[in-house]
Design a protein around this ligand. Structure first.
Ligand SMILES: [Zn+2]
Ligand SMILES: [Zn+2]
Ligand SMILES: [Zn+2]
Ligand SMILES: [Zn+2]
Length: 146
């Protein structure tokens, strides 16, 4: 299989890992298991160390599993879309609500939860000019700190 979504980096050692756990989400890492001398498993969805009962085919017990899983779920590849290349999901910088773009119309979106307008590409004010697409890494970092 050449689908790149079938290879992800282990959050413990950063080694690209082939998914061996489908349909379950708890993916074992041999390298980390040896290093930490425990059975190390990480969550294929949120890419954090696995928490809670396993095996399991939906969210692990990390509190932000679902939202991180959404943020890591790939990019919009709709041809001609104003937001092509952007992540499928965003988190509102104002209220942390999960947002998506309809693929129709311009790059700007409104958060239905707090009413904030933003550019879907750079998450800044809609008045931005020639902006570049920001990935979700800073959002993930911010969520990790809360
Ligand atoms: Zn590892
Ligand atoms: Zn998870
Ligand atoms: Zn909002
Ligand atoms: Zn922008």
């Amino acid at each position: 299989m050449s689908d790149i979504s079938d290879s992800k980096k282990c959050p413990g050692c950063n080694t690209p890992t082939e998914r061996s756990c489908a349909p379950n989400l708890c993916q074992p890492c041999y390298i980390c298991s040896v290093k930490k001398r425990i059975v190390y498993q990480f969550c294929w969805s949120c890419l954090q160390e696995w928490k809670g009962p396993s095996p399991k085919s939906d969210c692990c017990s990390n509190k932000d599993c679902m939202i991180r899983g959404a943020l890591l779920s790939g990019n919009i590849d709709t041809p001609g879309s104003s937001v092509k290349g952007c992540p499928r999901f965003r988190v509102c910088p104002g209220c942390n609500a999960l947002l998506t773009h309809t693929n129709n119309g311009c790059r700007n979106i409104h958060c239905p939860a707090c009413g904030r307008s933003m550019c879907y590409r750079c998450l800044a004010d809609p008045s931005c000019k020639n902006c570049t697409i920001q990935d979700n890494s800073s959002t993930l970092k911010r969520l990790g700190q809360s």
